[in-house]
Design a protein around this ligand. Structure first.
Ligand SMILES: *Cc1c(COP(=O)(O)O)cnc(C)c1O
Length: 372
């Protein structure tokens, strides 16, 4: 699905020097690279503050902790997402309220969110799934109308742009109150282990987030709030500082693969290529097709597997049907769009070092399956 080895080889000399310098300094925790990476990322995203942390799941948890939510408060999330989005809500004794998603973009919409709002709703967590922003302008307007916080799960969408109706362009994760991202190795800006970050333009929130991620302290041994211990290692920060320079190129490489897939597959009637929103760029953390006839999905996966082509189903089970989230409120049949997506989506290999020959091999295999 990804080729992290080739990617590393292409920047090996720079990475090795950066890693060696951390080893030489032995400043493994909170070394200078952590702050300098945060500053560079903030600059790239055009956001006031970036606070790094241990991973993307922690980022979501810390964001919720920073907003003073009370047990039982409701937080709206799409049913079609990675488990982390909803998990941290439940972990904090808040109530994840799941919603259906748009069948074309796979993302949550303001219309769908509105139906789920109750007197107890306090926040919305839009997920920019696969690398394309949810339609944020109406979501932000709705949030404003109901005084709800917006925490963006931008784990798959670092670098993606969203254009507002007044032509203002913002990056994924910088539109709501807090944005969260992950530097898991297969994410678009991946480190060599675990890592994550939060973004915000609100200085008070930034301060709080930083405090929570550091045991609730601003001053050593003075704990103002109950926090947690979630840090980005200096080694990872040093690696990310190098990789951030290549992020735009990496994004372009992904888009080129996606364009080639689109061109090759657009005539296949049984295959639906990813929808590109008019007001959002797509950074293709995943290239995900839908099968018109969902029963053919597993056969295609198997067919590709036999040709040594990996493919993945993100995600095979709707969150509302997971044992961990089963409630009396939701059951089978409640989110037919999401359930249909779980049965019909397939993500194909996409990464920054895809060779033309590999790409053609995959395209030919898919076409062969559909006999076109
Ligand atoms: C990867 C991911 C996360 C979690 O990130 P980790 O760094 O693995 O904890 C959260 N949400 C989404 C949508 C993701 O893709």
């Amino acid at each position: 699905m990804v080729d992290l080895k080739s990617q590393y080889k292409n920047i090996k000399s720079e990475i090795d020097i950066a890693v060696q310098s951390v080893l030489d300094s032995t400043a493994f925790i909170n070394g200078s690279q952590v702050r300098s990476f945060e500053e560079k990322l903030a600059n790239y995203l055009a956001v006031n503050d970036v606070v790094s942390c241990g991973n993307g799941t922690d980022a979501l948890q810390i964001a919720l902790m920073a907003l003073n939510l009370q047990p039982g408060d409701e937080v709206i999330v799409p049913a079609f997402t990675y488990v982390a989005t909803a998990e941290v809500i439940a972990l904090l004794k808040l109530k994840p309220v799941m919603t259906e998603v748009c069948p074309a973009t796979f993302n949550i919409t303001a219309e769908l969110i509105e139906k789920a709002i109750t007197a107890k709703t306090k926040a919305i967590v839009p997920v920019h799934l696969y690398g394309q922003c949810a339609d944020m302008e109406p979501i932000l307007n709705l949030a404003k109308k109901h005084s709800l916080y917006v925490i963006e799960d931008a784990a798959q969408a670092i670098g993606a742009d969203y254009t507002f109706s007044n032509r203002v362009v913002k990056k994924a994760g910088t539109m709501g109150d807090i944005g969260c991202t992950s530097f898991f190795p297969s994410k678009n800006l991946g480190c060599y282990g675990d890592g994550g970050a939060l973004y915000t333009n609100n200085a008070a929130l930034a301060k709080k987030v930083r405090m929570i991620a550091n045991h609730g302290q601003e001053k050593k041994y003075h704990h103002k709030v109950v926090g947690c211990n979630s840090r980005l290692d200096t080694l990872q920060a040093a690696i990310l500082e190098i990789k951030l320079k290549y992020l735009e190129n990496y994004t372009q490489a992904r888009i080129q693969v996606a364009n080639a897939y689109d061109n090759a597959f657009k005539e296949i009637e049984d295959l639906i290529i990813p929808k590109r929103s008019d007001n959002a760029s797509h950074v293709f953390n995943q290239y995900t097709v839908k099968l018109q006839v969902s029963s053919k999905r597993d056969a295609l996966k198997q067919f590709l597997q036999e040709k040594a082509i990996p493919s993945m189903v993100y995600y095979p089970i709707s969150l509302h049907l997971q044992d961990a989230f089963k409630t009396a409120t939701f059951g089978i049949g409640d989110f037919p769009v999401t359930q249909n997506l779980c049965a019909s989506v397939l993500s194909l290999p996409i990464h920054t070092e895809m060779q033309e020959s590999q790409l053609n091999y995959i395209i030919d295999a898919v076409k062969l399956f559909f006999k076109v």
